[in-house]
Write a protein that binds this ligand. Structure first.
Ligand code: SAH
Length: 395
């Protein structure tokens, strides 16, 4: 019996190189299938997994525990190569932003935010975004497509390469946490995000645990439960307004899932305790959502939900229709929320000088023809319909 042609068992991925399947981003099951299709024994899966995700190997030649003929055989059929980094910018505060180009030419940004003894990587889930939140730069860019699991995992791999943090056990990791807070709405691409995060969490590889991963959503209420049940990661919710009237305007997905429904989904999030709270993000927009009355209403809304409120000074971008609230307004707002028993730290803006702060991400590379856009819109609409979601919120 001949060997099965592995190239037929997977749909092509934008991280493949020269027609060779990229093994990065395959689940354990898929990797097993890929390797056994070449006639390799199953114990090889563990070895290859470890070379890819624990040691960060970028070619098969580095996989020295495998016999040379096995390495050659793998290299003939597969790749573990990274996508191209087309820009690598460093902020004066140490924040670093990479622009990553996939093989179809689409680009996404990811950002590393270092702290003294740790650091978070802000990862993108989509190219562009459908949400059109009024204060967000990414929202002014049309959604081009969902990222594949491999493209999400690659952001982590590339950051580890750049920070020189292989193998995974290295002490004092500067990439210790992951926040799904880059471009896109992760709950509109949950299948791929979940697959990618399961790879990232795997103990014999990258090994970043679920308590060090936070997924941020603008409020796709019906998907929140799945996120909790399947991934059990920390949840952040971009609330930003305390009345439906205002939230309808600045976070338009609120028209589909209003505050009450969103907060019910939060209340039901599995495993909440005071030691494990939902983070509510609240962007401070001068004269729009920053009054003491807003703060009091926020406290009323969150009653009974173990919460932490992250106050985010608005990060400006060219042509943005808002200003950031004054420092003392933010302080007063925070005091009211804090006095009600909710931690309310003010997020220090990081990487503003390289447009890497919250809401500033936007790759200018997205220039598709009208026909290409139409075709992509159709694919996305079908995918979302299949998930029971319609993201075309009427404006
Ligand atoms: N779509 C998800 C993931 C993006 S996370 C979500 O909405 O949660 C990015 C965070 O930055 C969100 O809380 C978003 O509302 C916030 N943000 C967007 N634009 C911003 C800006 N200009 N200034 C500060 N925060 C902003």
């Amino acid at each position: 019996m001949g060997i099965i042609d592995h190239t037929k068992s997977f749909a092509p991925s934008p991280t493949d190189v020269g027609g060779k399947r990229n093994l990065v981003g395959l689940s354990v099951e898929e990797l097993t299938e890929a390797l056994t299709s070449l006639g390799l024994e199953t114990f090889r899966v563990k070895q290859v997994w470890s070379w890819i995700y624990f040691h960060g190997a970028t070619d098969f030649a580095a996989m020295t525990t495998l016999a040379k003929p096995v390495r050659d055989q793998l290299a003939e059929h597969f790749t573990v190569a990274r996508p191209t980094v087309t820009q690598d910018q460093k902020s004066e505060d140490g924040t670093r932003k990479w622009l990553v180009r996939m093989s179809d030419g689409q680009e996404v940004e990811c950002v590393h935010i270092p702290e003294t003894d740790r650091g978070a990587l802000c990862v993108s889930s989509q190219v562009g975004c459908t949400l059109t939140c009024r204060f967000c730069h990414t929202g002014t860019q049309r959604l081009v497509r969902n990222l594949e699991a491999s493209e999400i995992v690659m952001q982590v791999m590339l950051a580890r390469d750049a920070l020189n943090e292989w193998p995974s056990t290295k002490d004092d990791r500067k990439l210790s946490n992951i926040v799904m807070m880059g471009m896109g709405e992760p709950l509109f691409n949950l299948d791929n995000v979940a697959k990618a995060l399961r790879i990232v969490m795997h103990g014999e590889g990258i090994a970043i645990g679920k308590r060090r991963i936070t997924l941020s959503t603008a409020g796709v209420a019906p998907m929140i439960k799945r996120c909790g049940e399947e991934l059990d990661v920390n949840l952040a919710v971009s609330l930003h307004a305390v009345t439906d009237e205002l939230r309808d305007q600045i976070v338009p997905i609120n028209r589909r899932y209003p505050i009450k429904e969103l907060l019910q989904a939060c209340r039901d999030y599995p495993g909440l305790t005071n030691a494990r709270r939902i983070t509510f993000e609240y962007v401070m927009l001068k004269g729009v959502n920053d009054s003491p009355a807003d703060a009091k209403q926020l406290v009323r809304l969150l009653r009974g939900i173990p919460s932490k409120i992250n106050l985010i000074p608005f990060n400006p971008w060219p042509g943005a229709p808002f200003d950031c609230s004054d420092d003392d307004t933010i302080q007063k707002f925070g005091d009211i929320v804090n006095a009600a028993g909710y931690p309310s730290p003010v997020r220090t803006p990081r990487g503003r000088d390289i447009m890497a702060a919250c809401g500033q991400l936007k790759s200018s590379s997205v220039r598709l023809s009208a026909a290409e856009r139409l075709a992509i819109d159709k694919i996305i609409a079908e995918k979302e319909k299949a998930q029971g979601l319609d993201t075309k919120v009427p404006l």
